[in-house]
Design a binder for this molecule. Structure first.
Ligand code: 5GP
Ligand code: MG
Ligand code: MG
Length: 183
């Protein structure tokens, strides 16, 4: 195996490519139904939500518009700082729009509860959340997450958009990393 091979860095696969694909079809069906006849703006939170946005958007059968926001809550490590900063704001005006925030993962829920109140202050018709992954800690925070892909154990995961020090975003499944990566 050459040095650049990702395989040797993976410990356990928690969610496979097939599981992600199948779950997105189910979520897209729900979203199509819930927003039927409404003007929906899906907002991807960069950079982690790139994969789920791209795949979810293509699984939908309704018209949507897509916009992006970049916020920072984690540095290059694995601990939440609790500090949220807007790195890139939306282009869209949210007045009267139905907004669905698409996230990669909810861990402490700090980022998202901040984001939901920030977007909520811009006069939208509604703000809901869709996340591919959710960790147990998130259950303790009082944010209403309408669409959840998978609940995952309280471990640091990578892949399907999620990074460790900006690497592993292109891994097509969700996994934990081998010990040697952190050394
Ligand atoms: P929260 O504010 O909910 O604790 O976490 C917000 C952000 O932290 C997520 O959007 C994600 O970017 C990052 N994050 C949380 N848990 C993990 C994890 O297990 N793996 C990776 N790669 N990022 C995580
Ligand atoms: Mg995220
Ligand atoms: Mg990250």
């Amino acid at each position: 195996m050459d040095n650049n091979d990702l395989g040797s860095d993976i410990d356990k696969v928690l969610v496979t490519e097939d599981q992600i694909k199948a779950r997105l079809v189910e979520l897209a069906e729900e979203i199509d139904k819930d927003y039927a006849g409404k003007d929906l703006l899906i907002v991807g939170v960069l950079k982690g939500a790139v994969m789920v946005m791209a795949d979810l958007a293509r699984a939908l059968h309704s018209h949507v518009t897509m916009d992006w926001m970049a916020v920072s809550s984690y540095g290059s490590g694995t601990q939440s700082s609790g500090v949220v900063r807007i790195l890139k704001d939306l282009d869209a005006d949210l007045t009267g729009r139905h907004v669905l925030v698409v996230e990669d993962i909810i861990d402490s829920g700090l980022t998202l509860s901040w984001l939901v109140s920030n977007l909520g202050s811009r006069g939208p018709a509604s703000v809901e959340i869709c996340t591919m992954l959710r960790k147990p800690e998130a259950a303790k925070v009082s944010i209403d997450v309408k669409y959840v892909g998978f609940d995952v154990p309280n471990e640091f995961v990578i892949g399907y958009g999620l990074d460790y020090a900006e690497k592993y975003r292109n891994v097509p499944f969700v996994a934990t990393l081998a010990e040697h990566v952190y050394k």
